[in-house]
Write a protein that binds this ligand. Structure first.
Ligand code: GRG
Length: 291
Protein backbone atom coordinates (compact mmCIF):
# COMPACT_ATOMS: atom_id res chain seq x y z
CA UNK A 1 0.00 0.00 0.00
CA UNK A 2 1.32 3.44 -0.86
CA UNK A 3 0.84 6.37 1.52
CA UNK A 4 -1.80 9.02 0.99
CA UNK A 5 -0.78 12.58 0.12
CA UNK A 6 -1.82 13.62 3.64
CA UNK A 7 0.42 10.99 5.23
CA UNK A 8 3.33 12.00 3.01
CA UNK A 9 2.80 15.70 3.79
CA UNK A 10 2.93 14.91 7.53
CA UNK A 11 6.27 13.11 7.11
CA UNK A 12 7.68 15.88 4.90
CA UNK A 13 6.59 18.62 7.34
CA UNK A 14 8.08 16.71 10.27
CA UNK A 15 11.38 16.17 8.43
CA UNK A 16 11.64 19.84 7.42
CA UNK A 17 10.75 21.00 10.96
CA UNK A 18 13.54 19.01 12.57
CA UNK A 19 16.28 19.08 9.89
CA UNK A 20 16.18 22.60 8.48
CA UNK A 21 17.01 24.67 11.60
CA UNK A 22 19.99 22.40 12.36
CA UNK A 23 21.67 23.43 9.09
CA UNK A 24 21.59 27.21 9.69
CA UNK A 25 23.58 29.00 12.40
CA UNK A 26 22.93 32.69 11.51
CA UNK A 27 19.81 33.59 13.56
CA UNK A 28 18.10 36.08 11.19
CA UNK A 29 18.89 34.03 8.11
CA UNK A 30 17.57 30.94 9.93
CA UNK A 31 14.36 32.74 10.84
CA UNK A 32 13.89 34.00 7.30
CA UNK A 33 14.56 30.60 5.65
CA UNK A 34 12.39 28.70 8.14
CA UNK A 35 9.60 31.32 7.83
CA UNK A 36 9.00 30.52 4.17
CA UNK A 37 9.58 26.76 4.37
CA UNK A 38 7.19 26.50 7.31
CA UNK A 39 4.57 28.77 5.73
CA UNK A 40 2.41 25.79 4.82
CA UNK A 41 2.83 24.76 1.19
CA UNK A 42 1.13 21.67 -0.22
CA UNK A 43 4.49 19.79 -0.40
CA UNK A 44 3.40 18.49 -3.80
CA UNK A 45 6.88 18.03 -5.24
CA UNK A 46 8.50 15.90 -2.49
CA UNK A 47 5.19 14.01 -2.13
CA UNK A 48 5.41 13.09 -5.84
CA UNK A 49 8.96 11.81 -5.33
CA UNK A 50 7.96 9.77 -2.27
CA UNK A 51 4.84 8.22 -3.81
CA UNK A 52 6.87 7.22 -6.87
CA UNK A 53 9.44 5.56 -4.59
CA UNK A 54 6.75 3.64 -2.71
CA UNK A 55 5.03 2.49 -5.90
CA UNK A 56 8.39 1.22 -7.16
CA UNK A 57 8.82 -0.86 -4.01
CA UNK A 58 11.27 1.05 -1.78
CA UNK A 59 10.57 2.17 1.78
CA UNK A 60 10.89 5.79 2.84
CA UNK A 61 13.81 6.26 5.27
CA UNK A 62 15.71 9.34 6.50
CA UNK A 63 18.02 9.36 3.45
CA UNK A 64 15.12 9.23 1.02
CA UNK A 65 13.29 11.95 2.98
CA UNK A 66 16.34 14.22 2.94
CA UNK A 67 16.77 13.84 -0.83
CA UNK A 68 13.04 14.35 -1.48
CA UNK A 69 12.77 17.39 0.83
CA UNK A 70 15.73 19.04 -0.95
CA UNK A 71 13.28 19.81 -3.73
CA UNK A 72 10.93 21.61 -1.34
CA UNK A 73 13.83 23.83 -0.26
CA UNK A 74 14.53 24.69 -3.87
CA UNK A 75 10.84 25.28 -4.66
CA UNK A 76 10.61 27.64 -1.66
CA UNK A 77 13.63 29.61 -2.91
CA UNK A 78 11.89 30.07 -6.26
CA UNK A 79 8.76 31.44 -4.59
CA UNK A 80 10.73 33.85 -2.34
CA UNK A 81 12.65 35.24 -5.32
CA UNK A 82 9.53 35.32 -7.52
CA UNK A 83 7.79 37.52 -4.92
CA UNK A 84 10.67 40.05 -4.63
CA UNK A 85 10.07 43.71 -5.59
CA UNK A 86 12.39 43.24 -8.58
CA UNK A 87 10.24 40.35 -9.86
CA UNK A 88 6.50 40.03 -9.17
CA UNK A 89 6.53 42.39 -6.17
CA UNK A 90 3.93 40.45 -4.20
CA UNK A 91 3.06 41.27 -0.58
CA UNK A 92 1.26 38.05 0.24
CA UNK A 93 2.04 34.38 -0.28
CA UNK A 94 -0.22 31.64 1.09
CA UNK A 95 -2.17 34.42 2.82
CA UNK A 96 0.83 35.65 4.86
CA UNK A 97 3.33 38.51 4.31
CA UNK A 98 5.99 37.53 1.78
CA UNK A 99 9.54 36.97 2.95
CA UNK A 100 10.83 40.41 1.84
CA UNK A 101 7.88 42.19 3.52
CA UNK A 102 8.86 40.55 6.79
CA UNK A 103 12.67 40.48 6.54
CA UNK A 104 13.56 43.03 3.83
CA UNK A 105 14.62 42.37 0.23
CA UNK A 106 18.29 41.75 1.10
CA UNK A 107 17.58 39.06 3.69
CA UNK A 108 14.86 37.51 1.48
CA UNK A 109 17.34 37.27 -1.40
CA UNK A 110 19.81 35.55 0.92
CA UNK A 111 17.14 33.23 2.32
CA UNK A 112 16.42 32.14 -1.27
CA UNK A 113 20.14 31.76 -2.02
CA UNK A 114 20.55 29.73 1.19
CA UNK A 115 17.64 27.40 0.35
CA UNK A 116 18.86 26.85 -3.21
CA UNK A 117 22.34 25.95 -2.01
CA UNK A 118 21.13 23.84 0.91
CA UNK A 119 18.97 21.83 -1.50
CA UNK A 120 22.11 20.54 -3.21
CA UNK A 121 23.72 19.85 0.19
CA UNK A 122 20.74 17.68 1.19
CA UNK A 123 20.81 15.87 -2.15
CA UNK A 124 24.45 14.93 -1.69
CA UNK A 125 25.15 14.56 2.07
CA UNK A 126 22.77 11.62 2.60
CA UNK A 127 23.66 7.92 2.58
CA UNK A 128 22.06 6.98 -0.77
CA UNK A 129 24.51 5.34 -3.23
CA UNK A 130 27.05 7.89 -4.53
CA UNK A 131 26.00 7.53 -8.18
CA UNK A 132 22.35 8.07 -7.23
CA UNK A 133 23.28 11.29 -5.40
CA UNK A 134 25.33 12.50 -8.37
CA UNK A 135 22.48 11.73 -10.79
CA UNK A 136 19.98 13.57 -8.59
CA UNK A 137 22.20 16.66 -8.28
CA UNK A 138 22.80 16.78 -12.04
CA UNK A 139 19.11 16.32 -12.86
CA UNK A 140 18.00 18.99 -10.38
CA UNK A 141 20.63 21.45 -11.65
CA UNK A 142 19.29 20.96 -15.19
CA UNK A 143 15.65 21.24 -14.11
CA UNK A 144 16.07 24.30 -11.88
CA UNK A 145 18.88 26.21 -13.54
CA UNK A 146 19.42 28.12 -16.77
CA UNK A 147 18.15 25.25 -18.92
CA UNK A 148 14.98 24.89 -16.81
CA UNK A 149 13.11 27.00 -14.28
CA UNK A 150 15.44 30.02 -14.32
CA UNK A 151 15.21 30.19 -18.13
CA UNK A 152 11.41 29.96 -17.89
CA UNK A 153 11.35 32.83 -15.41
CA UNK A 154 13.59 34.88 -17.74
CA UNK A 155 11.25 34.19 -20.68
CA UNK A 156 8.32 35.20 -18.49
CA UNK A 157 9.94 38.54 -17.62
CA UNK A 158 10.76 39.19 -21.28
CA UNK A 159 7.27 38.12 -22.36
CA UNK A 160 5.55 40.76 -20.21
CA UNK A 161 3.94 43.25 -22.53
CA UNK A 162 4.34 40.87 -25.48
CA UNK A 163 1.66 38.57 -26.85
CA UNK A 164 3.03 35.01 -26.74
CA UNK A 165 1.84 32.28 -29.13
CA UNK A 166 0.53 29.02 -27.65
CA UNK A 167 3.73 27.09 -28.40
CA UNK A 168 5.81 29.86 -26.78
CA UNK A 169 3.59 29.85 -23.69
CA UNK A 170 3.83 26.04 -23.48
CA UNK A 171 7.62 26.17 -23.74
CA UNK A 172 7.80 28.85 -21.04
CA UNK A 173 5.68 26.80 -18.64
CA UNK A 174 7.49 23.56 -19.44
CA UNK A 175 10.62 25.28 -18.12
CA UNK A 176 9.21 27.50 -15.38
CA UNK A 177 6.78 25.14 -13.65
CA UNK A 178 7.00 21.82 -15.49
CA UNK A 179 10.72 21.11 -15.13
CA UNK A 180 10.62 20.82 -11.32
CA UNK A 181 7.48 18.65 -11.34
CA UNK A 182 9.04 16.40 -13.98
CA UNK A 183 12.19 16.16 -11.86
CA UNK A 184 10.07 15.36 -8.78
CA UNK A 185 8.66 12.23 -10.42
CA UNK A 186 11.93 11.20 -12.09
CA UNK A 187 13.81 11.56 -8.79
CA UNK A 188 11.65 8.71 -7.46
CA UNK A 189 12.87 6.58 -10.38
CA UNK A 190 16.50 7.58 -9.81
CA UNK A 191 16.36 6.82 -6.06
CA UNK A 192 14.96 3.36 -6.80
CA UNK A 193 17.56 2.90 -9.57
CA UNK A 194 15.15 2.23 -12.43
CA UNK A 195 16.23 1.56 -16.02
CA UNK A 196 16.26 4.46 -18.51
CA UNK A 197 12.95 3.45 -20.13
CA UNK A 198 11.14 3.76 -16.78
CA UNK A 199 12.83 7.10 -15.98
CA UNK A 200 11.73 8.39 -19.42
CA UNK A 201 8.11 7.39 -18.82
CA UNK A 202 8.18 8.89 -15.33
CA UNK A 203 9.40 12.07 -17.04
CA UNK A 204 6.47 11.98 -19.46
CA UNK A 205 4.02 11.59 -16.58
CA UNK A 206 5.71 14.41 -14.63
CA UNK A 207 5.85 16.77 -17.61
CA UNK A 208 2.16 16.27 -18.46
CA UNK A 209 1.24 16.62 -14.79
CA UNK A 210 3.27 19.85 -14.70
CA UNK A 211 1.51 21.21 -17.77
CA UNK A 212 -1.89 20.34 -16.29
CA UNK A 213 -0.84 22.04 -13.04
CA UNK A 214 -0.03 25.30 -14.81
CA UNK A 215 -3.16 25.28 -17.01
CA UNK A 216 -5.29 24.55 -13.92
CA UNK A 217 -3.60 27.43 -12.06
CA UNK A 218 -4.44 29.76 -14.98
CA UNK A 219 -8.06 28.52 -15.10
CA UNK A 220 -8.50 28.96 -11.35
CA UNK A 221 -7.22 32.53 -11.65
CA UNK A 222 -10.25 33.15 -13.86
CA UNK A 223 -13.00 31.12 -12.20
CA UNK A 224 -12.09 30.88 -8.49
CA UNK A 225 -13.86 33.14 -6.01
CA UNK A 226 -11.78 35.88 -4.34
CA UNK A 227 -11.88 33.80 -1.11
CA UNK A 228 -10.35 30.83 -2.91
CA UNK A 229 -7.62 33.02 -4.41
CA UNK A 230 -4.79 34.70 -2.51
CA UNK A 231 -4.45 38.44 -3.10
CA UNK A 232 -1.18 37.83 -4.96
CA UNK A 233 -2.91 35.45 -7.37
CA UNK A 234 -5.60 38.00 -8.19
CA UNK A 235 -2.86 40.48 -8.97
CA UNK A 236 -1.15 37.92 -11.24
CA UNK A 237 -4.40 37.32 -13.10
CA UNK A 238 -4.87 41.03 -13.67
CA UNK A 239 -1.30 41.68 -14.79
CA UNK A 240 -0.37 38.62 -16.84
CA UNK A 241 -2.18 38.36 -20.13
CA UNK A 242 -0.07 35.39 -21.25
CA UNK A 243 -2.28 32.65 -19.83
CA UNK A 244 -4.10 29.65 -21.31
CA UNK A 245 -7.58 31.18 -20.90
CA UNK A 246 -6.17 34.47 -22.24
CA UNK A 247 -4.95 32.73 -25.41
CA UNK A 248 -7.56 30.01 -25.89
CA UNK A 249 -10.60 31.14 -23.92
CA UNK A 250 -11.87 29.23 -20.89
CA UNK A 251 -13.21 26.27 -22.90
CA UNK A 252 -10.00 26.02 -24.92
CA UNK A 253 -7.93 26.05 -21.72
CA UNK A 254 -10.12 23.32 -20.20
CA UNK A 255 -9.63 21.25 -23.36
CA UNK A 256 -5.83 21.60 -23.07
CA UNK A 257 -6.06 20.59 -19.40
CA UNK A 258 -7.96 17.41 -20.30
CA UNK A 259 -5.44 16.65 -23.06
CA UNK A 260 -2.49 16.95 -20.63
CA UNK A 261 -4.29 14.79 -18.05
CA UNK A 262 -5.10 12.15 -20.65
CA UNK A 263 -1.43 12.01 -21.70
CA UNK A 264 -0.39 11.73 -18.04
CA UNK A 265 -2.81 8.79 -17.63
CA UNK A 266 -1.39 7.12 -20.76
CA UNK A 267 2.12 7.36 -19.27
CA UNK A 268 0.80 6.00 -15.95
CA UNK A 269 -0.69 3.00 -17.78
CA UNK A 270 2.51 2.35 -19.74
CA UNK A 271 4.52 2.54 -16.50
CA UNK A 272 2.28 -0.08 -14.92
CA UNK A 273 2.80 -2.37 -17.94
CA UNK A 274 6.57 -1.84 -18.06
CA UNK A 275 7.23 -2.27 -14.32
CA UNK A 276 4.49 -4.80 -13.55
CA UNK A 277 3.50 -2.61 -10.58
CA UNK A 278 0.40 -0.65 -9.72
CA UNK A 279 0.84 3.05 -10.43
CA UNK A 280 -2.47 3.90 -8.76
CA UNK A 281 -0.63 6.10 -6.25
CA UNK A 282 -0.62 8.80 -8.95
CA UNK A 283 -4.43 8.86 -8.99
CA UNK A 284 -4.58 10.97 -5.82
CA UNK A 285 -2.38 13.59 -7.52
CA UNK A 286 -4.50 13.57 -10.68
CA UNK A 287 -7.56 14.13 -8.45
CA UNK A 288 -6.13 17.58 -7.62
CA UNK A 289 -7.61 18.98 -10.85
CA UNK A 290 -11.24 19.63 -9.95
CA UNK A 291 -13.27 21.93 -12.15
C1 GRG B 1 12.52 33.12 -9.25
C2 GRG B 1 14.04 31.62 -10.59
C3 GRG B 1 12.68 31.95 -10.12
C4 GRG B 1 11.67 31.18 -10.49
C5 GRG B 1 10.28 31.32 -10.04
C6 GRG B 1 7.83 28.69 -10.02
C7 GRG B 1 8.12 30.11 -10.25
C8 GRG B 1 9.44 30.41 -10.87
C9 GRG B 1 7.25 31.06 -9.89
C10 GRG B 1 5.90 30.84 -9.33
C11 GRG B 1 4.90 31.51 -10.18
C12 GRG B 1 3.60 30.81 -10.08
C13 GRG B 1 2.66 31.30 -9.03
C14 GRG B 1 3.31 29.80 -10.91
C15 GRG B 1 2.03 29.06 -10.86
C16 GRG B 1 2.19 27.63 -10.52
C17 GRG B 1 2.99 27.45 -9.29
C18 GRG B 1 4.40 27.04 -9.48
C19 GRG B 1 2.45 27.62 -8.10
C20 GRG B 1 3.17 27.44 -6.83
O1 GRG B 1 3.37 26.07 -6.55
P1 GRG B 1 2.50 25.31 -5.45
O2 GRG B 1 1.04 25.50 -5.73
O3 GRG B 1 2.90 26.13 -4.17
O4 GRG B 1 2.98 23.90 -5.35
P2 GRG B 1 2.78 25.77 -2.61
O5 GRG B 1 2.36 27.07 -1.97
O6 GRG B 1 1.77 24.68 -2.40
O7 GRG B 1 4.15 25.35 -2.21
Amino acid sequence: MVSTITELKTRIDAYLDQALPMDIDQPTLKESMCYSVEAGGKRLRPALTLVTIEMLGKKIDQNVLRAACALELLHTYSLIHDDLPAMDNDDLRRGEPTNHVKFGAGMATLAGDGLLTLAFQWLTDNQLPVDVRANLALALAKAAGPSGMVAGQARDIEGEGQHLKLNELQYLHRQKTGALLKYAVQAGGMITEQPAAVIDLLGTFGAQFGLAFQIYDDIMDVIATPEQMGKATQKDAAEHKNTYPGLLGLDGAKEQLQKALSQARDAQQQLAELTGRSMAGFDQFLAYFKL
